[in-house]
Design a protein around this ligand. Structure first.
Ligand code: F0G
Length: 466
């Protein structure tokens, strides 16, 4: 079995892609070092001009032929067919002939039923698409396999990112697999140990800067102007193309019947932009007839998109000084805000914000479904509860929460929560009393069967539902 395989085949010639500015719409052959439009400085997106003329016959195949081909690849022994990203390569930019994809068999993530959370939210048809089940434990891998492969095709020796932790873990892994070096800029003290330890183990040069994520991003933009390093943050349009495939895989898992709602956490706003792009493209290609409404949930303390939509109708970014225990989404100046606003409008989705306590409770509830996730992912369930109360989500509708990171990414948060320490010494301490019913601190006992049996009997009398 080969690890990497050339992915350009004659059928893909129509999948030729172009870079287009999201603001001035100019088309460019290549991007500048900062991955911004050389004319107006805004973000770039990847477009597939051939789809305009061939429509559903992208890559020479119609919608049902594409679906059959993607299904058939699941049983292939070829690396790029086993990847849950490159399996959908007809909807991705093609690498040049002779270049190979760097793959860790990303994607292929489960869609779980969430019965307990469904009862709590009042939405019987509730599912979780668990992107934390990717090789490095977050959704970033689906984008990184594409953007790292293009970095290597471009001849870069170094790749770099600013990160709240997951991007750095993923980038470091794909750089290592692809024989490239990686530079990570993370905010000092605000990255979970799980994520930091991954970047170290995968061999990244890891710099903890005395600033927040937004500060790291500013420094990195200067570094890429001065040094030949390839930027792998989510402003990189190739990353978003890879992240699109989570939506394609989701629809495949739903037998191409769109759920009514897809709910996703928002940080730098790349992921919601990618998923929204996928829904729009799938409709354009006739793969689906109806799109889900895509909604974005943020933490109250890191809510620039919520404020931007509510206070300026999405016209002008309102940045904030971000603060939340969900360090993954502790971002106040999101790069992809315009893309996010556009997909919200195009799919008819909305924005909502949740408190730290609502997020912590929802995380425990997702855990109690036997699924678990990292804190940032849990804003989805907390937000859903609000959207149901507001009537935006109807009890009869089908909802998919996108869980972006694995439970083990941030064990410190989880331990503190169950020990009842998460909000100790903060202003939220008294409000946090409502979390007690969800807390499951480890019980220290004498090493005797009597003590254990007594604990078991006590637990039984508490009579919790399985
Ligand atoms: N959930 C998790 C677990 C994340 O790590 C991130 C972003 C998000 C949600 C938000 O996604 O930025 O596309 O809106 N983490 C980035 C990082 C910023 O550096 O790992 P987004």
């Amino acid at each position: 079995m080969t690890n990497q395989t050339t992915i350009l085949d004659p059928k893909l010639e129509q999948t030729v892609s172009q870079l287009r500015c999201i603001e001035c719409a100019r088309v460019h052959k290549s991007a500048s070092r900062t991955l911004r439009c050389p004319s107006c400085g805004d973000l770039l997106e990847i477009i597939y001009p051939a789809w305009k003329t061939s429509g559903a016959r992208a890559a020479g195949l119609n919608a049902s032929e594409l679906k059959a081909l993607w299904r058939q690849r699941r049983s292939s022994r070829v690396a790029v067919d086993q990847s849950g990203v490159w399996r959908f390569r007809e909807l991705l930019p093609a690498l040049a002939s002779g270049h190979e994809a760097i793959t860790l068999r990303e994607g292929n993530t489960p869609l779980y039923e969430m019965p307990r959370s469904a009862r709590i939210a009042g939405v019987p048809h509730l599912y979780a698409k668990h992107q934390g089940m990717n090789p490095t434990g977050s959704f970033k891998d689906t984008g990184m396999t594409v953007s790292a492969s293009f970095a290597r095709q471009g001849g870069f020796r170094w790749v770099a990112c600013a990160s709240t932790g997951n991007t750095s873990a993923s980038m470091a892994a794909y750089a290592a697999r692809g024989g490239m070096r990686s530079l990570v800029l993370i905010p000092d003290g605000k990255v979970s140990w799980g994520k930091l330890s991954q970047a170290l183990d995968y061999g990244a040069v890891t710099c903890q800067l005395k600033t927040d994520f937004d500060g790291c991003m500013r420094v990195l933009n200067e570094v890429v102007e001065r040094m030949p390093v390839y930027l792998l943050n989510s402003i990189n349009p190739y990353r978003l193309e890879g992240q699109k495939t989570a939506a394609i895989e989701l629809l495949e898992q739903c037998d191409w019947q769109s759920p009514d709602h897809v709910i996703v956490p928002g940080g730098n706003l790349g992921n919601c932009s990618a998923l929204g792009k996928a829904f729009l493209e799938m409709r354009e290609l006739g793969l689906i007839s109806q799109m889900p409404k895509l909604s974005v949930i943020q933490a109250e303390g890191a809510n620039p998109l919520v404020r931007t939509v509510r206070e300026t109708s999405g016209k002008r970014l309102i940045s904030v000084q971000a603060e939340t225990l969900a360090t993954a989404i502790r971002i106040g100046y999101p790069a992809s805000w315009k893309k996010a606003v556009r997909v919200l409008e195009a799919t008819g989705g909305t924005v909502e914000q949740v408190s730290e306590i609502e997020m912590a409770q929802a995380k425990a509830e997702i855990g109690a479904d036997g699924v678990g996730c990292e804190p940032a992912s849990a804003v989805t369930l907390a937000g859903l509860k609000k959207l149901v109360k507001q009537g935006f989500v109807k009890p009869s509708e089908t909802v998919v929460l996108v869980l972006t990171g694995h439970l083990l990414k941030d064990p410190e948060f989880t331990l503190k929560f169950h020990r009842g320490d998460l909000f100790s010494g903060t202003q939220l301490e008294s409000q946090a009393a409502i979390l007690a019913a969800h807390e499951r601190a480890p019980i220290v006992l004498e090493a005797s069967a009597d003590a254990v049996v007594k604990t078991l009997e006590q637990a039984e009398t508490l009579g919790e539902e399985p």
